[in-house]
Design a protein around this ligand. Structure first.
Ligand code: GUN
Length: 282
Protein backbone atom coordinates (compact mmCIF):
# COMPACT_ATOMS: atom_id res chain seq x y z
CA UNK A 1 0.00 0.00 0.00
CA UNK A 2 1.40 3.42 -0.94
CA UNK A 3 -1.57 5.62 -0.03
CA UNK A 4 -2.02 7.15 3.40
CA UNK A 5 -5.46 6.70 4.94
CA UNK A 6 -7.58 9.72 5.80
CA UNK A 7 -9.31 8.47 8.94
CA UNK A 8 -12.81 9.99 9.06
CA UNK A 9 -13.54 8.46 12.44
CA UNK A 10 -10.50 10.02 14.14
CA UNK A 11 -11.03 13.39 12.44
CA UNK A 12 -14.71 13.31 13.46
CA UNK A 13 -13.74 12.74 17.09
CA UNK A 14 -11.45 15.78 17.01
CA UNK A 15 -14.09 18.00 15.40
CA UNK A 16 -16.84 16.77 17.75
CA UNK A 17 -14.71 17.57 20.79
CA UNK A 18 -14.52 21.15 19.49
CA UNK A 19 -18.28 21.20 18.84
CA UNK A 20 -18.96 20.03 22.38
CA UNK A 21 -16.66 22.70 23.85
CA UNK A 22 -18.45 25.41 21.84
CA UNK A 23 -21.85 23.99 22.83
CA UNK A 24 -20.79 24.19 26.48
CA UNK A 25 -19.92 27.88 26.02
CA UNK A 26 -23.36 28.53 24.51
CA UNK A 27 -25.04 26.63 27.33
CA UNK A 28 -23.30 28.91 29.83
CA UNK A 29 -25.26 31.71 28.12
CA UNK A 30 -28.51 29.76 28.40
CA UNK A 31 -28.69 28.47 24.80
CA UNK A 32 -28.77 24.72 24.15
CA UNK A 33 -28.29 23.81 20.45
CA UNK A 34 -31.39 21.89 19.34
CA UNK A 35 -31.90 19.56 16.36
CA UNK A 36 -35.24 18.11 15.22
CA UNK A 37 -35.05 14.96 13.12
CA UNK A 38 -38.22 13.97 11.28
CA UNK A 39 -38.69 10.46 9.92
CA UNK A 40 -41.73 9.41 7.93
CA UNK A 41 -42.27 5.71 7.22
CA UNK A 42 -40.21 2.65 8.05
CA UNK A 43 -37.23 2.68 5.66
CA UNK A 44 -34.65 0.45 7.38
CA UNK A 45 -31.57 2.44 6.39
CA UNK A 46 -33.25 5.71 7.41
CA UNK A 47 -34.04 4.29 10.86
CA UNK A 48 -30.32 3.60 11.40
CA UNK A 49 -29.28 7.03 10.08
CA UNK A 50 -31.70 8.97 12.30
CA UNK A 51 -30.74 6.95 15.36
CA UNK A 52 -27.08 7.83 14.74
CA UNK A 53 -27.94 11.51 14.32
CA UNK A 54 -29.82 11.62 17.63
CA UNK A 55 -26.99 9.72 19.37
CA UNK A 56 -24.45 12.25 18.06
CA UNK A 57 -26.57 15.09 19.44
CA UNK A 58 -26.44 13.47 22.87
CA UNK A 59 -22.65 13.11 22.64
CA UNK A 60 -22.28 16.79 21.70
CA UNK A 61 -24.59 17.93 24.51
CA UNK A 62 -27.36 19.08 22.17
CA UNK A 63 -31.08 18.96 22.71
CA UNK A 64 -32.68 16.71 20.09
CA UNK A 65 -36.15 15.57 19.19
CA UNK A 66 -36.93 12.61 16.99
CA UNK A 67 -40.38 12.78 15.40
CA UNK A 68 -41.41 9.49 13.83
CA UNK A 69 -44.53 9.29 11.70
CA UNK A 70 -46.45 6.58 9.95
CA UNK A 71 -45.86 6.09 6.20
CA UNK A 72 -49.37 7.30 5.44
CA UNK A 73 -48.87 10.75 6.99
CA UNK A 74 -50.14 13.31 4.47
CA UNK A 75 -47.98 15.96 2.87
CA UNK A 76 -50.12 18.68 4.49
CA UNK A 77 -49.55 17.13 7.93
CA UNK A 78 -45.79 17.01 7.38
CA UNK A 79 -45.74 20.62 6.14
CA UNK A 80 -47.62 21.64 9.29
CA UNK A 81 -45.00 19.90 11.46
CA UNK A 82 -42.18 21.66 9.61
CA UNK A 83 -43.91 25.00 10.14
CA UNK A 84 -44.28 24.30 13.87
CA UNK A 85 -40.56 23.47 14.11
CA UNK A 86 -39.69 26.63 12.14
CA UNK A 87 -41.44 28.56 14.93
CA UNK A 88 -39.98 26.61 17.84
CA UNK A 89 -37.18 28.66 19.45
CA UNK A 90 -35.64 25.57 21.12
CA UNK A 91 -34.92 24.10 17.66
CA UNK A 92 -31.98 25.47 15.64
CA UNK A 93 -31.83 22.78 12.98
CA UNK A 94 -34.52 20.78 11.16
CA UNK A 95 -33.68 17.61 9.28
CA UNK A 96 -36.36 15.74 7.36
CA UNK A 97 -34.87 12.36 6.54
CA UNK A 98 -35.01 11.41 2.87
CA UNK A 99 -36.36 9.51 1.02
CA UNK A 100 -39.94 10.41 1.90
CA UNK A 101 -42.88 8.17 0.95
CA UNK A 102 -43.82 8.53 -2.73
CA UNK A 103 -47.02 10.54 -2.12
CA UNK A 104 -45.00 13.36 -0.50
CA UNK A 105 -43.05 15.87 -2.63
CA UNK A 106 -39.49 15.98 -1.19
CA UNK A 107 -38.74 19.32 -2.79
CA UNK A 108 -41.86 20.99 -1.40
CA UNK A 109 -41.04 19.79 2.12
CA UNK A 110 -37.41 20.90 1.99
CA UNK A 111 -38.43 24.32 0.68
CA UNK A 112 -40.82 24.65 3.65
CA UNK A 113 -37.89 24.46 6.10
CA UNK A 114 -36.71 27.91 7.16
CA UNK A 115 -33.30 28.51 5.48
CA UNK A 116 -32.08 29.67 8.91
CA UNK A 117 -32.69 26.10 10.20
CA UNK A 118 -31.71 24.15 7.06
CA UNK A 119 -28.76 22.32 8.65
CA UNK A 120 -28.82 19.70 5.85
CA UNK A 121 -28.02 22.49 3.38
CA UNK A 122 -30.61 21.14 0.92
CA UNK A 123 -32.83 24.25 0.59
CA UNK A 124 -32.56 26.20 -2.68
CA UNK A 125 -31.49 29.22 -0.58
CA UNK A 126 -28.60 27.19 0.92
CA UNK A 127 -27.52 25.91 -2.51
CA UNK A 128 -27.73 29.45 -3.88
CA UNK A 129 -25.71 30.88 -0.99
CA UNK A 130 -22.97 28.33 -1.66
CA UNK A 131 -22.99 29.19 -5.36
CA UNK A 132 -22.55 32.94 -4.82
CA UNK A 133 -20.30 32.70 -1.74
CA UNK A 134 -22.79 34.04 0.79
CA UNK A 135 -23.35 32.78 4.35
CA UNK A 136 -25.55 29.69 4.43
CA UNK A 137 -25.51 26.06 5.51
CA UNK A 138 -23.26 23.77 3.48
CA UNK A 139 -24.47 20.27 2.58
CA UNK A 140 -22.93 17.98 5.19
CA UNK A 141 -21.31 15.28 3.04
CA UNK A 142 -19.30 17.56 0.73
CA UNK A 143 -18.52 19.83 3.68
CA UNK A 144 -17.05 16.79 5.46
CA UNK A 145 -14.98 15.97 2.35
CA UNK A 146 -13.53 19.51 2.41
CA UNK A 147 -12.58 19.06 6.09
CA UNK A 148 -10.83 15.80 5.16
CA UNK A 149 -8.79 17.65 2.51
CA UNK A 150 -7.97 20.37 5.05
CA UNK A 151 -6.77 17.70 7.49
CA UNK A 152 -3.99 16.74 5.03
CA UNK A 153 -2.97 20.35 4.47
CA UNK A 154 -5.12 20.91 1.36
CA UNK A 155 -7.12 24.01 2.26
CA UNK A 156 -6.21 26.29 -0.63
CA UNK A 157 -6.51 24.18 -3.79
CA UNK A 158 -5.02 26.74 -6.17
CA UNK A 159 -3.33 24.93 -9.05
CA UNK A 160 -5.05 21.62 -8.28
CA UNK A 161 -7.41 19.83 -10.64
CA UNK A 162 -10.34 18.19 -8.88
CA UNK A 163 -12.58 15.70 -10.68
CA UNK A 164 -15.99 14.96 -9.14
CA UNK A 165 -17.74 11.78 -10.28
CA UNK A 166 -21.49 12.29 -9.89
CA UNK A 167 -23.79 15.32 -10.16
CA UNK A 168 -26.39 14.84 -7.42
CA UNK A 169 -27.88 17.88 -5.69
CA UNK A 170 -26.83 16.44 -2.32
CA UNK A 171 -23.18 15.62 -3.09
CA UNK A 172 -21.79 16.09 -6.60
CA UNK A 173 -22.97 19.63 -7.35
CA UNK A 174 -22.29 21.19 -3.91
CA UNK A 175 -18.94 19.32 -3.80
CA UNK A 176 -17.92 20.98 -7.06
CA UNK A 177 -18.94 24.41 -5.71
CA UNK A 178 -16.93 23.94 -2.48
CA UNK A 179 -13.84 22.79 -4.41
CA UNK A 180 -14.21 25.80 -6.70
CA UNK A 181 -14.53 28.14 -3.71
CA UNK A 182 -11.23 26.67 -2.47
CA UNK A 183 -9.64 27.69 -5.82
CA UNK A 184 -9.46 24.25 -7.45
CA UNK A 185 -10.03 23.79 -11.16
CA UNK A 186 -13.08 21.53 -11.18
CA UNK A 187 -14.46 18.98 -13.62
CA UNK A 188 -17.84 17.36 -12.97
CA UNK A 189 -18.26 13.97 -14.62
CA UNK A 190 -21.44 11.89 -14.82
CA UNK A 191 -23.26 9.15 -16.71
CA UNK A 192 -23.05 11.22 -19.91
CA UNK A 193 -19.26 11.63 -19.76
CA UNK A 194 -17.61 10.00 -22.80
CA UNK A 195 -14.28 8.93 -21.28
CA UNK A 196 -14.29 9.01 -17.48
CA UNK A 197 -10.80 7.52 -17.13
CA UNK A 198 -9.31 10.23 -19.36
CA UNK A 199 -10.73 12.81 -16.92
CA UNK A 200 -9.79 11.11 -13.67
CA UNK A 201 -6.21 10.45 -14.86
CA UNK A 202 -5.66 14.23 -14.95
CA UNK A 203 -6.93 14.74 -11.40
CA UNK A 204 -4.97 15.71 -8.29
CA UNK A 205 -8.17 15.15 -6.28
CA UNK A 206 -10.94 12.69 -7.15
CA UNK A 207 -14.28 12.58 -5.33
CA UNK A 208 -16.37 9.52 -6.22
CA UNK A 209 -20.07 9.99 -5.45
CA UNK A 210 -22.30 7.90 -7.70
CA UNK A 211 -23.37 4.94 -5.56
CA UNK A 212 -21.88 2.24 -7.80
CA UNK A 213 -19.20 -0.33 -6.95
CA UNK A 214 -15.76 0.03 -8.57
CA UNK A 215 -16.50 3.21 -10.50
CA UNK A 216 -12.85 4.15 -9.92
CA UNK A 217 -10.11 1.58 -10.48
CA UNK A 218 -6.32 1.83 -10.15
CA UNK A 219 -5.71 2.39 -13.89
CA UNK A 220 -7.86 5.56 -13.69
CA UNK A 221 -5.78 7.27 -11.00
CA UNK A 222 -2.66 9.45 -11.35
CA UNK A 223 0.07 8.29 -8.92
CA UNK A 224 -0.11 10.35 -5.71
CA UNK A 225 -3.67 11.66 -6.26
CA UNK A 226 -6.04 12.18 -3.31
CA UNK A 227 -9.08 9.89 -3.56
CA UNK A 228 -12.24 10.57 -1.55
CA UNK A 229 -14.90 7.87 -1.61
CA UNK A 230 -18.45 8.99 -0.83
CA UNK A 231 -20.08 5.72 -1.96
CA UNK A 232 -22.02 3.38 0.35
CA UNK A 233 -22.71 0.10 -1.40
CA UNK A 234 -22.91 -3.59 -0.55
CA UNK A 235 -20.80 -6.03 -2.55
CA UNK A 236 -21.89 -9.55 -3.54
CA UNK A 237 -20.91 -10.83 -0.06
CA UNK A 238 -22.99 -8.11 1.63
CA UNK A 239 -19.91 -6.18 2.82
CA UNK A 240 -20.11 -2.37 3.00
CA UNK A 241 -18.05 -0.86 0.15
CA UNK A 242 -17.58 2.52 -1.48
CA UNK A 243 -17.50 3.50 -5.15
CA UNK A 244 -13.72 3.04 -5.32
CA UNK A 245 -11.86 -0.25 -5.84
CA UNK A 246 -10.01 0.35 -2.56
CA UNK A 247 -7.56 -2.57 -2.81
CA UNK A 248 -6.35 -1.53 -6.25
CA UNK A 249 -6.46 2.26 -5.86
CA UNK A 250 -4.61 2.30 -2.52
CA UNK A 251 -1.50 1.10 -4.39
CA UNK A 252 -1.51 4.17 -6.66
CA UNK A 253 -3.09 7.06 -4.73
CA UNK A 254 -1.26 9.36 -2.31
CA UNK A 255 -4.21 9.52 0.09
CA UNK A 256 -7.45 7.55 0.23
CA UNK A 257 -10.54 7.48 2.45
CA UNK A 258 -11.77 4.06 3.61
CA UNK A 259 -15.37 2.78 3.61
CA UNK A 260 -16.53 2.38 6.33
CA UNK A 261 -14.74 4.89 8.57
CA UNK A 262 -14.15 7.61 5.99
CA UNK A 263 -16.72 10.10 4.73
CA UNK A 264 -19.64 8.47 6.61
CA UNK A 265 -18.76 9.68 10.14
CA UNK A 266 -17.83 13.09 8.73
CA UNK A 267 -21.34 13.65 7.35
CA UNK A 268 -22.95 13.44 10.79
CA UNK A 269 -20.15 15.51 12.31
CA UNK A 270 -20.81 18.34 9.87
CA UNK A 271 -24.51 18.14 10.74
CA UNK A 272 -23.47 18.79 14.35
CA UNK A 273 -21.26 21.70 13.20
CA UNK A 274 -24.14 23.24 11.21
CA UNK A 275 -26.57 22.86 14.12
CA UNK A 276 -24.08 24.45 16.51
CA UNK A 277 -23.47 27.34 14.09
CA UNK A 278 -27.21 27.85 13.73
CA UNK A 279 -27.52 28.09 17.52
CA UNK A 280 -24.55 30.48 17.65
CA UNK A 281 -26.21 32.72 15.04
CA UNK A 282 -29.46 32.66 17.02
N1 GUN B 1 -30.92 10.49 3.45
C1 GUN B 1 -29.67 9.99 3.25
N2 GUN B 1 -28.75 10.91 3.63
C2 GUN B 1 -29.42 11.99 4.08
C3 GUN B 1 -29.01 13.24 4.63
O1 GUN B 1 -27.82 13.56 4.74
N3 GUN B 1 -30.01 14.08 4.99
C4 GUN B 1 -31.32 13.76 4.85
N4 GUN B 1 -32.22 14.65 5.22
N5 GUN B 1 -31.74 12.61 4.35
C5 GUN B 1 -30.79 11.73 3.97
Amino acid sequence: MTAQLIDGKALSQQLRADVKARADQLKAKGIVPGLAVVLVGDNQASQVYVRNKVKSCEECGFHSVLEKYDANMTEAELLARVEALNNDPSIHGILVQLPLPKHIDDHKVIEAISPSKDVDGFHVASAGALMVGEVGFKACTPYGCMKMLESIGMKDLRGKHAVVIGRSNIVGKPMAMMLLAANATVTITHSGTADLAAMTRQADIIVAAVGKLNVLTADMVKPGAVVIDVGMNRNAEGKLCGDVDFDGVKEVAGYITPVPGGVGPMTITMLMVNTLESAERA
